[in-house]
Design a protein around this ligand. Structure first.
Ligand SMILES: [Fe+2]
Ligand SMILES: [Fe+2]
Length: 180
């Protein structure tokens, strides 16, 4: 089993396969937006949201800046611990940590590529759940804020183009559902 396969298994076990498509699509877009990708980039893309168990209540604070930073740092640390346990090289561990630690906010070119890949994948795989399920509990404004933030944070025009149709589709469905 390669290190990448081990990382995939670790994530799939933690999520009980629930977010598999989101992670697969994030890897797909990471490879497109960062052609110089290495194993570390693929591992970071698949495991960027790594969680010990299924989503916790605090994950509902998805627009809170402090929460976002905490989420990034927690995930980076968890994945670094896992890779260390698997005997990965320090280079790989440092790179994965670097990437995951700003996967929501972006930073340098490769961190932005992961953030963009996460956004495009989000609109393909997770936006539906926000619009059709979470909006009922969390309300129109919060989910609208999430969709707008996930789109507006995208850096590259290629990623904006890849996300636009799905972003507009889910924004429209949200507006229709809440009669805006
Ligand atoms: Fe995340
Ligand atoms: Fe994600």
């Amino acid at each position: 089993m390669t290190l990448y396969d081990k990382a995939v298994k670790c994530v799939d076990d933690a999520f009980q396969d629930k977010q598999k498509r989101h992670f697969e699509r994030t890897v797909y877009w990471m490879e497109k937006f960062y052609p110089a990708y290495t194993t570390a980039h693929r591992i970071a893309a698949y495991s960027h949201d790594i969680e010990r168990g299924i989503m916790k209540e605090r994950d509902r604070q998805y627009l809170n800046k402090d929460f976002i930073r905490q989420h990034e740092e927690d995930r980076a640390r968890l994945m670094a611990e896992f890779l260390k346990k698997e005997g990965a090289d320090d280079d790989i561990i440092d790179k994965v940590k670097h990437l995951i630690s700003r996967h929501e906010e972006g930073g340098d070119e490769e961190q932005n590529a992961l953030k963009d890949a996460d956004s495009v994948s989000y609109f393909e795989t997770n936006a539906e759940m926000f619009v059709r399920k979470r909006a009922e509990q969390d309300g129109y404004e919060k989910v609208k804020g999430k969709l707008d933030w996930m789109f507006d944070r995208i850096t590259s025009s290629a990623a904006k183009d890849a996300a636009r149709a799905n972003y507009e589709k889910w924004r429209k469905e949200l507006d229709v559902a809440f009669k805006h």
